[in-house]
Design a protein around this ligand. Sequence first.
Ligand SMILES: Cc1cc2nc3c(=O)[nH]c(=O)nc-3n(C[C@H](O)[C@H](O)[C@H](O)COP(=O)(O)O)c2cc1C
Length: 136
Amino acid sequence: MSHRADASLQHLVYFSNATPQLSAVDVRAILGAAQVKNRRRDVTGLLLYSGRHFVQVLEGRGDQLDDLVKIIQADTRHAGLRVLVRESIKHRRYGAWAMGFVENLDDADALDELSQRGGSHIQKIGGILERAARSA
Ligand SMILES: Cc1cc2nc3c(=O)[nH]c(=O)nc-3n(C[C@H](O)[C@H](O)[C@H](O)COP(=O)(O)O)c2cc1C
């Protein structure tokens, strides 16, 4: 765990519950701000939105991810953020995107269902991310 707050390249995947009153406009605003700010932090990634839940992958320096996840966690537009994965990586997967976005998820129902079952289900979420990235 000593590699956490450092300069090495890492990725972090979390799952959260969107607040029920969140509108499509709100989600666009989140995305627009994220894209601008992530460029400054040299953070890249992908945001999935099922209509009820978010899954986000963040890639960047460990210290940048520490700062960013604290900010995102405190955001009242979602709740119940749980980090599923955080580890060192050699290469970015989403390096082309300051923050890619997929909202019309084929797997939206599967994602919503996973959240109700608890647990991390990281393999299933990984599969959902892979499919979503192809359509982003
Ligand atoms: C689901 C979700 C994902 C977010 N992703 C990012 C992100 O990748 N980068 C970012 O800077 N802010 C992201 N935010 C927004 C931050 O929580 C926060 O509102 C913003 O960075 C604060 O910007 P400000 O201080 O300029 O108002 C996200 C928020 C939500 C709800």
